[in-house]
Design a protein around this ligand. Sequence first.
Ligand code: FE2
Length: 400
Amino acid sequence: MIKKISIEELEPGMEVVQVAHDMWQRLPYLYMEPGIIESEEEVARLLELGYKETFVALDDGEGMTDEERLNELIAGRDHDREQKPRVPFHQALGDAMVTYEDAMAHAMHIVRDAKLGRKMDYATSLETASAIVESAVSNPDTLVCLAKLSDFDDYTYTHSINVAAIAVVFGEYIGMSREELILLGVSGMMHDLGKTTVPAAIINKPGRLSKAECEEIKRHPAYGRTILQRNGDIPTQVLEAVKHHHEKYNGSGYPGGLVRKDIPAFARILCLADVYDALTSDRCYKQAILPNKALGIMYGMRDQDFDPMEVQLFIKCLGIFPAGSFVRLNTGEYALVFESNSSQPLTPKIRIVMDQAMNPIQTRDVDLMDQEEPPSRIEIVDCADPSAYRKNLLSYLSGN
Ligand SMILES: [Fe+2]
């Protein structure tokens, strides 16, 4: 397993490993040069240079629990989307749209069954999650894009599918197995099912909630677990993920007040996907926040809500301009990001779709990584007005 230790604990023979870089601010005290430590002198030199901590690979993989192995995966070193062979975005989008629509229909069924106290069709949940996993493996940007641009507008269902899709994309990015990803997807689809037990008047209340109403809302993860357990055929890993998806890194979450790695890995991933989708979605009481701003806000929640390493990894996975971002360019034109670039996050692949006055134009694709030098270089200036998101932007991406 990979463990963070102080430089004082470092010994000759230990292997220093490189983990996800802090892409926002370098940590000057974290030693990250991979390799075997050769001597005591080398340790002394690192201390002299002011390093305080490092990550090492400890050879105790035998007998690890699933949870420990997942934790190791999340802290792992080879997270790089670009290394995996992908189906090109525009080719993969059609299948992903079918998957997304089928998943929406299934989300409606499970919510209806939960409300009526009927047994949910878990076999179909597994099939639906499998299709989401296939889409994520084939091209993860399609799902991230659909999560932002699909024009279904019932938050209850879109949110559950978006959380499933984004959690699976992140799980795939960190190297989870297909079986794990399917259960993670199921957990995402079902994470808020407990809200069917909370009175609708509280769920839909636009104004401020009373203390008692807040307490009732906070029971939804536990209600969700009860519903799923009653189904009789849903694995414990899913039950626990649903129960703990509102726990926080610093222990201030609910229902258990669990801290750090005591929170199940699935639940921590659901929490990242849940917060990202909630921030970037329109709700009755707030406007959507732009994807890049939402990721910035989430970075600010490190150490409180999220493990700092994990939220950085999540940001790296989605990119500073996630797929589906509508952006303004230095040329004054507008474009849609369709492929993020996790190693060079400011230079995704984009499709230019509108002129300076936001009139549709003959679209053209540009890989911002692969361009001429200035002054003709195209750059993203900012994410564009969120109200533009409501103008069926997806249709611009669905053609070749
Ligand atoms: Fe929730």
